[in-house]
Design a binder for this molecule. Structure first.
Ligand code: XBP
Ligand code: MG
Length: 257
């Protein structure tokens, strides 16, 4: 089976969003009267916990952290996270976040080649919609045949659940899809689901261990081989990815079906 779909992670992969998330978390803490401030060093540590609500809960479990008052801790966390999501959406609309280098190019090549697109993200559709729209325009959400999000599955990354959900929606086997991730936890999830996985680390994740990834690039722009010129011109990123996927899976052939 050759390469039939690209499954994109969102945060850190389609766009470098974690600074916007961090700002929204801190603004939400202030709005809820909490004396918390997640600086970059602390946030890089907390990113080891996927899911905003889980991240807040993990921070709350640290010694000396004073939490929201009231008996129902989960409700308090959910209220803070709802405020954070509203603030994050507003940031996306005002800051007009751009996609990372090479992402749009690869998406365009995939669409032109009939290679399907999917999303497998820990975040929520409430965050994915404005991000995809801000990065690629109003019609862009329709480009994705499947969108699997953290709140749809029992376990968030590094569990494979969200990738399994995306493959189920696509009705594809793991070895006919490629995952694109930015974090070691995301690579772990995609590999546990059986996908050939490309890692494109960000400043937040570059010091993590990406040994489990099949390919590590500084960005998807590096997929294009400037030296290799086919008779049709530059070998595009998708063709190169298709070849590497075929070699790694030992199946199918480099050309599209
Ligand atoms: C990254 C995450 C998310 C975001 C925050 O998701 O772990 O939790 O950091 O978004 P991805 P929420 O799988 O796309 O890299 O607050 O909505 O969780
Ligand atoms: Mg990510």
């Amino acid at each position: 089976m050759s390469l039939r779909a690209l499954v994109f992670d969102v945060d850190g992969t389609i766009a470098d969003t974690e600074e916007a998330h961090r700002r929204a978390f801190n603004e939400a803490f202030r709005a809820h009267g909490l004396p918390w401030n997640w600086d970059r060093r602390l946030y890089a540590e907390l990113l080891q916990v996927t899911g905003g609500k889980e991240r807040i809960a993990s921070y709350l479990s640290r010694p000396g952290v004073i939490g929201p008052n009231g008996s129902n801790r989960a409700a308090g966390i959910a209220a803070i996270h709802a405020t954070k999501t509203a603030l994050y959406r507003r940031l996306l609309e005002s800051d007009g976040l751009r996609s990372r280098p090479g992402v749009r190019q690869l998406i365009d090549e995939a669409r032109a080649a009939g290679t399907r697109l999917a999303i497998a993200s820990t975040t929520s559709i409430e965050n994915i919609e404005p991000l995809v729209t801000a990065a690629f325009g109003r019609e862009a959400l329709r480009w994705f045949s499947a969108i699997a999000t953290g709140d749809m599955v029992a376990a968030k990354k590094p569990a494979p659940d969200v990738y399994n959900a995306a493959l189920a929606m696509l009705q594809l086997e793991p070895d006919s899809a490629v995952a694109i991730e930015d974090s070691a936890i995301g690579v772990q999830a995609a590999k546990a689901a059986g996908l050939y996985t490309v890692a494109t680390p960000t400043d937040w994740s570059h010091s993590q261990d990406f040994a489990a990834a099949d390919l590590v690039l500084s960005s998807l722009a590096d997929l294009r081989e400037p030296s290799a010129v086919s008779q049709a011109g530059l070998i595009g990123g998708l063709d190169r990815l298709r070849r590497m996927h075929a070699e790694a899976t030992g199946r199918g052939h480099a050309c599209p079906d």
